[in-house]
Design a binder for this molecule. Sequence first.
Ligand code: NDP
Ligand code: OXD
Length: 309
Amino acid sequence: MHIVFCCTDTNAAPWLQGLREALPEASIENWQPGGQAGDYAVVWAPPQAFFDSQHALKAIFNTGAGVDALMKLTLPADVPVVRLDDAGMSVQMAEYVCHAVIRHFREFDVYEAESSQARWAYRKPRRRCDFAVGVMGLGVLGARVCRALAQFDFPVLGWSRSPRQLDGVQCFSGEAGFGDFLAATRILVCLLPLTPETEGIMRHDTLRQLKPGAYVINVARGAHLVDEDLLSLIDSGHVAGATLDVFRTEPLPAGHPFWQHPKITVTPHTSARTLREETIAQIAGKILALESGASVAHLAGVVNPDQGY
Ligand code: NDP
Ligand code: OXD
């Protein structure tokens, strides 16, 4: 069995070593043009030239949860794409989103500013029931985030493409449920995959439907948000601020208004990182399962090409 590794912006050496330890029977190489075609590919944001050189793949393993970059390429026909299924990401995402929600709700950003002036000043406690959190996307990450938020007694709402049921979460689905979901939400969290249906989903006419004093947390993809619409709704006072981890251009360009905006917190696409050991263990386990005759349909994280996630 031959495995080809092609991950952009990744130090290949520890990955190759980890994969070789997990799959000692396999030959595993970092991709180079003209190299041997693989039975399996382990990829992150590979160039089109990579797939153009692969004619024998049995499966493509993505070392992230989002496959939007892959879906823009021409992939070999009928080869399944398997994305990361949690692999240690959901707990990181739960930490990040709970931190952002609590920081906003408890006004810790205001206390940070006051303490830097040596000011001892109380803020009036806010009512948790006024800060319903609406999570768009109830998959592996969104569901875990909802569960974590519910632990803090926030009212939690969720929205997905198909109907879902989650304990303690008021669930909405599809276009029909979107308006009611937005109208009941004060803090909006985006955990959707980026697809033609979800691109630009956070724009003026949708954000306008959130409760006044809304707050936006984007941890999915930058293209889910129309940047200018967020800025104008913050200016108008309808949106109180935002915590943003993902951007249309990454790294976020130096002159972008988000960097200096007093009501926007920026982090560098770090809310849930790919963890190398967990990822290698998950991918190696799936390759071994396929090699022992398991059907792809039984693997977690197989992408539906028609849905794009
Ligand atoms: P999943 O595929 O498990 O979940 C996706 C969810 O989105 C599902 O609930 C799905 O609905 C819902 N959804 C998809 N399309 C629509 C739509 N058109 N309308 C309404 N709901 C929709 O993905 P994950 O939870 O694993 O990951 C989500 C995204 O998070 C990734 O695609 C990636 O972009 C982003 N991400 C960001 C990271 C970061 O560091 N910032 C790290 C990891 C991931 P249904 O349940 O009906 O299928
Ligand atoms: C992912 C990411 O999709 O890190 O896994 O953004």
